[in-house]
Design a protein around this ligand. Sequence first.
Ligand SMILES: CC(=O)SCCNC(=O)CCNC(=O)[C@H](O)C(C)(C)COP(=O)(O)OP(=O)(O)OC[C@H]1O[C@@H](n2cnc3c(N)ncnc32)[C@H](O)[C@@H]1OP(=O)(O)O
Length: 202
Amino acid sequence: MHVIGAGGHSKVIVDILLESHIQINGVWDENPDLKVFMGYPVRGNFDAFKKVKTDKVIIAIGSNLIRKRISGEIPENTAVAIHPKSAISKYSSIGIGTVIMPNATINAGSIIGVYVIVNTNSSVDHDCNLGDFVHISPQAALGGNVTVGEGTHIGIGASVIQGIKIGKWATIGAGSVVIRDVPDYAVVVGNPGRIIKYNKLT
Ligand SMILES: CC(=O)SCCNC(=O)CCNC(=O)[C@H](O)C(C)(C)COP(=O)(O)OP(=O)(O)OC[C@H]1O[C@@H](n2cnc3c(N)ncnc32)[C@H](O)[C@@H]1OP(=O)(O)O
């Protein structure tokens, strides 16, 4: 497996691959000074990776927007990285490029898009629908039937009550409690969650 990105998020993904007995063939990063990452050679930047032409690749980059941009430039049908100590219902589905961290739970009926991050100890309950490039941060909890639009970031420890619809490219602040639907691009913080501004995608 090739790993794109050599930051903190990538460290967790390398661990998942090793726990899953998946061989790492190389790490690729834009920092030309970084030669070795977690004992693996940093073989070059993203342009150099594109010449390898393989679909055995994980985009290990935490930014939802950058993950989206890179995903458009790599082969389709890339891998997923799922920690063996996550709990994923066989009645759920997980898109390509998605990573599931230790102790994350995905319950029955949930549909997880492509290149999603379901981070450590987070909980996605029954019948949720996570759009592509979403990030559910550590310890965040979604009740049943929650919809999260493309590119939205649910912050660390946030809670979303059942049935809520969150739009695309929104941000839910750390520890927030979402009890009302959230429009596209909104930044919501607090308990109860309130909109403080709107994201501008750059
Ligand atoms: C493994 C990992 O590390 S995964 C990464 C997990 N990371 C996260 O979950 C981070 C989530 N990000 C946040 O919570 C951020 O605070 C954001 C995105 C909501 C806001 O960040 P910024 O745009 O920089 O806003 P800023 O810090 O200027 O705060 C604006 C106001 O909102 C308040 N605020 C910001 N975040 C929160 C929050 N989580 N809860 C309550 N209030 C908040 C601030 O106190 C400030 O209030 P004031 O204007 O009265 O002083």
